[in-house]
Ligand binder design. Structure first.
Ligand SMILES: [Zn+2]
Length: 215
């Protein structure tokens, strides 16, 4: 007779044991609901709801690009915004007779076109552009580094798929993995085992698995 679930080595029962990939995916549902908006009209809203348990069972680390990406977006807006203000104020691209370029001045924009009140916009715009470019370069670098770091993720996912989670004990144990015993592991220990298998075990110390039921 084939079994679909395994007995938890912690509580010796199988009624609340579930495969780790199933728990992980169940915690990432797209939930659709009907909600009333500010004007009082009903509308359909779809959200991805991630549970803490699902996060704690993730086979790969989170990509560390979010915060710096926000900086890049803000800098991009500032760059475009200050540039547009400069253009709309009609100071930067007026059809004046060509002024004699002043090569002793360093930096944008040429002063004869700009009133002293708008000159600083050129600097802000340029600075924001530099920040935006730097962020884009840094994001590409981090993305490449992250892809390199997690290139062993298929090995981690292979081990991960043999994990069984007990909802009663809040622990995971492995079944049918050569070299792994059936000791119940905390979510953090499970993460360390899986991530080490993928070659990025160091990150498990930084991104710790938070047990939602016991935190
Ligand atoms: Zn159990």
């Amino acid at each position: 007779m084939s079994r679909t679930t395994y007995t938890c080595p912690g509580c010796d029962r199988d009624d609340r044991v579930q495969a780790v990939p199933a728990v992980y995916l169940a915690g990432r549902d797209a939930v659709t609901s009907r909600e009333r908006n500010r004007d009082g009209d009903m509308r359909t809203v779809t959200r991805t709801v991630t549970t803490g348990l699902s996060d704690a069972l993730a086979p790969v680390p989170e990509s560390p690009t979010h915060a710096i990406g926000c900086v890049g977006i803000v800098a991009g807006f500032v760059c475009v915004g200050t540039f547009l203000v400069g253009v709309l104020a009609g100071k930067w691209f007026r059809d004046d007779p060509e002024p004699v370029p002043d090569f002793t001045q360093f930096g944008p924009p040429p002063s004869p076109h700009l009133g002293p009140d708008l000159g600083f916009l050129g600097w802000i715009s340029t600075l924001a552009l530099v920040v935006t470019v730097l962020v884009v370069v840094e994001l590409r670098r981090r993305k490449a580094a992250f892809a390199r770091l997690t290139r062993g993720r298929h090995r981690a996912e292979e081990l991960w798929s043999h994990g069984w989670y007990c909802h009663r004990c809040g622990t995971v144990h492995f079944e049918g993995v050569p070299g792994e015993d059936r000791t119940p592991l905390t979510l953090q220990r499970f993460r360390e085992r899986v991530w080490e298998h993928g070659g990025y075990g160091d990150l498990a110390a930084v991104q710790r698995a938070v047990d939602p039921a016991r935190s």
